[in-house]
Write a protein that binds this ligand. Structure first.
Ligand code: SF4
Length: 298
C-alpha cells in the first residue's frame, strides 16, 4: 500500500496538473457545496471515527485475504488478518488507538469489525475467486480535460473477459430511494474503466457487508454516457462555485454526520477565510462521502 501511494505520488508529480475529481468528492459537492469546500479547498483535517476506522480495517483485511492461497481464505484466516491489520493500522496511526477510552471499548469495536468480516463469507466464497486487481488506482482524462480517478476495491475479470467492479461497504444498505446515489460511485468507476480499456464492465457490485446485502447493476454505454454528462456538468458547477467563491451550505439530515458543523453558518459557525491558493484537485483516498440519510452508523 505504501509502495502504491509512493508510485501514485510519483505519477502525480510527473503528470500535467489538470483538474481531477473522485467519486467521493463528487458526492460531497452534490450533498453540500460547503462540505466540498471544507474537504477539498480548505483541506480541513477530519479525525477518524470508530465507523471510518472500522471501514478502513475491514477493507484492509479483505484486501489481504486474497494474498492467501485460495484454499486458505477461510473466516478464521480473515479474523487473524483483521487482528494483524488492526495492530498495523494502530501503529501507523496513533489517532486510531485513541478512539477508545478503555480496552473493553476497543474489544467491542474489534468484535463489530469481526462480525462484518464474518458476514462477508455469507455473500461469497473467496476460495472460488481470483481477483484481477485489488485496491486498484484508476485514472482517466475526459475530452474536457477533467481527470476522473479513484480506488476500486476489487476488479474481477471472468475467463470470458467480462469485468466486474466490486465495492465493499461497511455501513448500512441504502433505502431504495437512495440506491441511485449509491450506484453513482460505481458508474463513475465503470466510466473510468470503459475509457481506459474500451470495455463496458458487465457488472457493478456493491456489497453491504454488515447487512449481508448485495446491490448489483449491469451498465450499458448509454448509462455511462449519461454518467459522463453528469460528471462534466458537476465539474462545471464546482468551477463556477470556485470562481465565485460561493460555496453554499445545503443542510440536510446528513449534517448530523458532518465533521465541520461547528464552522457551518447553518449552525451558527463561521467558515475560515478561503485559502489564497486553493487546491484544485484531491488525491483520492478511502475517505467516504458522508453516509446516506438512511445509514446512521455507530
Ligand atoms: S453541516 Fe450540513 S450544511 Fe453545513 S457544511 Fe456540513 S453538510 Fe453542509
Amino acid at each position: 500500500m505504501e509502495e502504491t501511494a509512493a508510485a501514485i505520488d510519483t505519477l502525480a508529480a510527473e503528470a500535467p496538473r489538470g483538474p481531477a475529481l473522485s467519486p467521493s468528492r463528487a458526492a460531497d459537492f452534490m450533498t453540500c457545496p460547503l462540505l466540498y469546500r471544507f474537504r477539498v479547498i480548505d483541506r480541513l483535517p477530519e479525525p477518524p471515527t470508530t465507523a471510518t476506522a472500522r471501514g478502513t480495517l475491514v477493507h484492509a483485511a479483505l484486501e489481504r485475504l486474497f494474498d492467501l492461497p485460495a484454499a486458505g481464505r477461510t473466516p478464521e484466516a480473515a479474523r487473524t488478518l483483521l487482528a494483524g491489520e488492526w495492530d498495523r493500522l494502530a501503529a501507523e496511526e496513533p489517532d486510531l488507538a485513541e478512539l477508545f477510552e478503555n480496552e473493553a471499548e476497543r474489544t467491542a469495536w474489534l468484535e463489530s469489525a469481526t462480525a462484518i468480516v464474518d458476514a462477508y463469507f455469507t455473500l461469497e466464497d473467496p476460495r472460488r475467486l481470483e481477483p484481477a486487481e485489488r485496491e486498484a488506482y484508476v485514472e482517466t482524462t475526459l475530452e474536457s480535460g477533467l481527470r476522473l480517478r479513484g480506488y476500486i476495491d476489487r476488479l474481477d475479470v471472468a475467463p470470458s473477459g467480462d469485468i466486474r467492479i466490486v465495492d465493499y461497504k461497511t455501513g448500512r444498505a441504502p433505502r431504495e430511494a437512495y440506491e441511485a446515489n449509491a450506484l453513482f460511485q460505481m458508474k463513475f468507476y465503470a466510466l473510468v474503466i470503459w475509457r481506459l480499456r474500451g470495455q463496458v464492465p458487465r457488472l457493478l457490485q456493491l456489497m453491504y457487508l454488515a447487512e449481508g446485502e448485495v446491490l448489483r447493476y449491469s451498465p450499458d454505454e448509454s448509462d455511462l454516457l449519461a454518467t459522463e454528462r453528469k460528471v462534466v456538468a458537476l465539474w462545471k458547477a464546482i468551477e463556477r462555485a470556485r470562481q465565485a467563491g460561493d460555496w453554499r451550505p445545503r443542510p440536510s439530515r446528513l449534517c448530523d454526520w458532518c465533521n465541520h458543523k461547528a464552522l457551518c453558518p447553518e449552525f451558527g459557525g463561521t467558515p475560515p477565510p478561503l485559502p489564497e491558493q486553493p487546491a484544485t484537485e484531491v488525491m483520492p483516498t478511502h475517505q467516504e462521502a458522508i453516509p446516506e440519510p438512511s445509514l446512521p452508523d455507530a
